[in-house]
Design a protein around this ligand. Structure first.
Ligand code: NAD
Ligand code: UDP
Ligand code: UDP
Length: 338
């Protein structure tokens, strides 16, 4: 690994779940970080602690429009990641992946910056190869409700590889598998945040299908380690690298663990499986292990416990806030005449 010297780094999607952790880590390393976000799914709260740091800057901007700044490195994370968010405005999702990639690649080309793309395990679709290796081309429905995301991300990978071949850009592509942890949006509809919030509120956990479908969950701190290592590794990987935790679990199992960890009495409630929901998902991370000397260190139970602390604290803070707001509002009411 190269010694990390001070750099000007652009993080698109920096106010989101992964982006805010990445900004935090890069600011702590002493880099000058420019966070660009249109707040489509991210929030200022996620980066609030960074706003006072001299080496952090926030810019509201939509990456589907050109951006002219001077930077040494670009991490391109801008894109809604949860199915309900990316399906809310599917045309904008494809635009963000494709036009966003073109603009960020054009920027990287002009300023000769190294550029990282947050790709996804969704490029494998409903995979017929298990676990998924980088040389598997995938099994993706091009016209379904998930296609705006899956095909958008696939096209972005194509653009990254073509800018590398055609213009000699230095690129990094990470195929990120399901990642969870503090700062996930409580209502983004992803399984960990849904189950956590439902368990903490004592509501039924909404299990889709019969719960036998699998995913492999990586804790956010491990993922941020891997992303930064991939950006800084000397050897050009020459193509995408899977990043994730190979520990595979069924959705029924993740529900059971979350109920136990939160001490909840919530029952399970079965719902229909969404269209094109992938059946199995597990990364083969041999390439990341070899190239980056990296592997995830956080166990699923430890990561879920940290995440539960976060959601519990958030719930308490919002209850206190609304109680205070009710108090303030009540104080403004004039006393009723007797
Ligand atoms: P997120 O929704 O929390 O963050 C995405 C951020 O991008 C948000 O802050 C959002 O406001 C911003 N954004 C969206 N469209 C934009 C636009 N047009 N211009 C500027 N900003 C825009 O999601 P996340 O989980 O942090 O995911 C970050 C990246 O990692 C995404 O590209 C996602 O596809 C990828 N990824 C995440 C996971 C995961 O499990 N979290 C898995 C695979 C890939
Ligand atoms: N671009 C940008 N910032 C820059 C340079 C380019 O946003 O600093 C955008 C620009 O709008 C262009 C896209 O990146 O549409 C692709 O740029 P490139 O130079 O690769 O292609 P061209 O401008 O020739 O279409
Ligand atoms: N899921 C579920 N209940 C929920 C939300 C999701 O059973 O409340 C399932 C979903 O059908 C999928 C898995 O959990 O099989 C992971 O879903 P998520 O949206 O978190 O991620 P993705 O499908 O993009 O991997």
């Amino acid at each position: 690994m190269k010694e990390l010297s001070r750099k000007r780094i652009l993080v698109t999607g920096g106010a989101g779940f992964l982006g805010s952790h990445l900004c935090e880590r890069l600011v702590m390393q002493g880099h000058d970080v420019l966070c660009v976000d249109n707040f489509y799914t991210g929030t200022k709260d996620n980066i609030a602690p960074l706003l006072d740091c001299a080496n952090f800057e926030l810019m509201r901007h939509d990456v589907t429009f050109p951006l002219y700044v001077e930077v040494d490195e670009i991490y391109n994370l801008a894109c809604p990641a949860s199915p309900i968010h990316y399906q809310h405005d599917p045309v904008q999702t494809t635009k963000t992946s494709v036009h966003g990639a073109i603009n960020m690649l054009g920027l990287a080309k002009r300023v000769k910056a190294k550029i990282f793309q947050a790709s996804t395990s969704e490029v494998y679709g409903d995979a017929l190869v298990h676990p998924q290796t980088e040389d598997y081309w995938g099994h993706v429905n091009p016209i379904g409700p998930r296609s705006c995301y899956d095909e958008g991300k696939r096209c972005a990978e194509t653009l990254f590889m073509d800018y590398r071949r055609q213009h000699g850009l230095s690129i990094r592509i990470a195929r990120i598998f399901n990642t969870y942890g503090p700062r996930m949006h409580p209502s983004d509809g992803r399984v960990v945040s849904n189950f956590m919030m439902q368990a903490l509120r004592g509501e039924p956990l909404t299990l889709y299908g019969d719960g036998s479908q699998t995913r492999s969950f990586c804790y956010v701190d491990d993922m941020i380690d891997a992303i930064i290592r991939l950006m800084n590794v000397d050897d050009d990987p020459g193509g995408p690298v899977n990043l994730g935790n190979p520990h595979e679990v069924t959705m029924r199992e993740i529900a059971r663990r979350i109920v136990t960890i939160t001490g909840s009495a919530s029952p399970l409630e079965l719902h229909p499986l969404p269209t094109d929901d992938p059946w199995h998902r597990q990364p083969d991370i041999s390439r990341a292990r070899e190239l980056l000397g990296w592997q995830p260190r956080t166990s699923l139970d430890d990561g879920l416990l940290e995440t539960a602390h976060y959601f519990r604290a958030r719930m308490q803070a919002s209850t206190e806030l609304s109680a205070a707001a009710v108090g303030e509002f009540a104080a403004t009411l004039s006393p009723r005449p007797l």
